[in-house]
Design a protein around this ligand. Structure first.
Ligand SMILES: Cc1cc2nc3c(=O)[nH]c(=O)nc-3n(C[C@H](O)[C@H](O)[C@H](O)COP(=O)(O)OP(=O)(O)OC[C@H]3O[C@@H](n4cnc5c(N)ncnc54)[C@H](O)[C@@H]3O)c2cc1C
Length: 237
C-alpha cells in the first residue's frame, strides 16, 4: 500500500508567518495571515505568605487590569497548599504595560488585588506578603479578533498537497480559545481523512506530477521545521 503522509502544523499565527517559505508567501491562503495579528498579554504568578479567601475555580475579576485569575494552591493539585496561596493572573489589556518593568507591573497588580481582597491584601504588603513572583510577557499572543478579521482566518486544508493547519486562528466557529484550538484540530483531522478517502474536494495539487519541485521542497522544509520543534502532527497512513 502506498503510504499517505499528511503534515499538520499548528502554532501562534505570528510565529507561523515567520515559518512560511518564501515560495508560499504570495499565495492568498498564506498572505491573508498578515491580516491576523496577536495581542500582547501578560501572565503573572504571585506566591503569598498566607492563604487567601478563595474558591476552587477560575474567576473573572471586576478589575479593569486583571481579567481572570485563579488561586492555584486551591484549584491545581500540582500547586496544592493549605497554608499559602499562589495566584495566577492574566493582566490585560496589556498594550500599555508590555514595555514596563516587572516591578511596575507587580505594583499595579497589587493595587488591583487590594480592591479584590480588601481585608487580606494591601498594595504596600502590610498584610499578605509576596514570597516570590514571576511576570511572563507575550508581546504577540492570541490573534486580535477585531472587526473584519474573520474573513482572513484560513481553512485547515491548505493549497499545498498534504499540508494542513490547525490552531485557534484557523477557520472554526469559535474565537481564539482552547475550545477553538481543539475544534480546529478535529476539523484538520476530518479534512485529512476526507482527502485520504477522496470524498472531499481534494487539495488543488492532487497529482504529485503537477507540483513544482520548489513547492515540494518548501513543504518539506516547513514541515521539518515544525516537526523539529514539536509543533506538527505527522500522520503516516
Ligand atoms: C494568558 C492567556 C489566557 C488565556 N485564557 C484562556 C481561557 O481562560 N480560556 C480559553 O478558552 N482560552 C484562553 N486563552 C486562549 C487559549 O490559550 C488559546 O486560544 C489556545 O491555547 C490556542 O491553542 P493553539 O493550539 O492554537 O496554540 P498554542 O496553545 O499557542 O500552541 C502553539 C504551540 O506552538 C509552540 N511553538 C511556538 N513557536 C514554535 C516554533 N517556532 N516551533 C515549534 N513550536 C512552536 C508553542 O510553544 C505552543 O506550544 C488564553 C490565552 C492566554 C495567552
Amino acid at each position: 500500500m502506498m503510504p499517505y503522509i499528511s503534515l499538520r502544523t499548528r502554532g501562534p499565527v505570528d510565529i507561523l508567518k515567520l515559518l512560511v517559505p518564501d515560495q508560499w508567501k504570495p499565495m492568498p491562503y498564506f498572505s491573508q495571515l498578515n491580516e491576523l495579528e496577536g495581542v500582547p498579554v501578560i501572565n503573572i504568578h504571585i506566591w503569598f505568605d498566607r492563604k487567601l479567601t478563595t474558591v476552587d475555580h477560575l474567576l473573572f475579576s471586576r478589575s479593569p487590569l486583571l481579567s481572570v485569575y485563579a488561586d492555584m494552591s486551591t484549584t491545581c493539585k500540582e500547586y496544592a497548599d493549605n497554608d499559602k496561596s499562589m495566584l495566577e493572573l492574566v493582566f490585560a489589556p496589556a498594550k500599555e504595560w508590555i514595555g514596563r518593568s516587572d516591578e511596575d507591573i507587580i505594583a499595579a497588580t497589587m493595587k488591583e488585588l487590594e480592591r479584590l481582597f480588601p481585608t487580606e491584601i494591601r498594595a504596600d504588603q502590610s498584610l499578605a506578603k509576596i514570597r516570590k513572583s514571576k511576570v511572563v510577557k507575550t508581546p504577540l499572543s492570541v490573534y486580535e479578533s477585531r472587526s473584519g478579521r474573520e474573513a482572513f482566518r484560513p481553512s485547515q486544508r491548505s493549497p499545498i498537497r498534504n499540508f494542513y493547519m490547525a490552531g485557534d486562528f484557523t477557520k472554526q466557529k469559535y474565537l481564539a480559545s482552547m475550545e477553538g484550538a481543539i475544534f480546529s484540530g478535529k476539523l484538520a483531522a476530518e479534512k485529512i481523512v476526507d482527502d485520504f478517502n477522496m470524498k472531499g474536494k481534494g487539495a488543488p495539487f492532487s497529482a504529485s506530477s503537477s507540483r513544482s519541485p520548489e513547492l515540494v521542497a518548501a513543504s518539506g522544509l516547513l514541515a521539518m521545521a515544525a516537526l523539529g520543534a514539536g509543533a506538527a502532527g505527522f500522520g503516516l497512513m
